[in-house]
Write a protein that binds this ligand. Structure first.
Ligand code: ZN
Length: 78
């Protein structure tokens, strides 16, 4: 059974909290920006976490697997 948690920036993020994942690395030009080159992962309630490229890739893979699993589980009981 695939995990519903994915590791991003030292945080275990539940997949169902992810709204979207950035396709391009963050760049804002700000000198003291801590997120430069990282991929934004948007969560519910206007929170964001920042993923390295490898973290983003495994998050995307986990999301795709998870969505696939969800389709199978559709309400067929009633
Ligand atoms: Zn920035």
């Amino acid at each position: 059974m695939p995990s519903i948690l994915c590791m991003v920036d030292d945080k275990h993020v539940p997949l169902y909290r992810v709204m979207w994942v950035s396709a391009v690395p963050h760049f804002c030009g700000s000198e003291d920006c801590m997120c430069e080159g990282l991929y934004e992962v948007r969560l519910e309630e206007e929170e964001s976490v920042w993923a390295r490229r490898d973290e983003r890739d495994s998050l995307l893979a986990a999301l795709e697997q998870w969505q696939g699993g969800l389709g199978v589980e559709e309400d067929e009981w009633d």
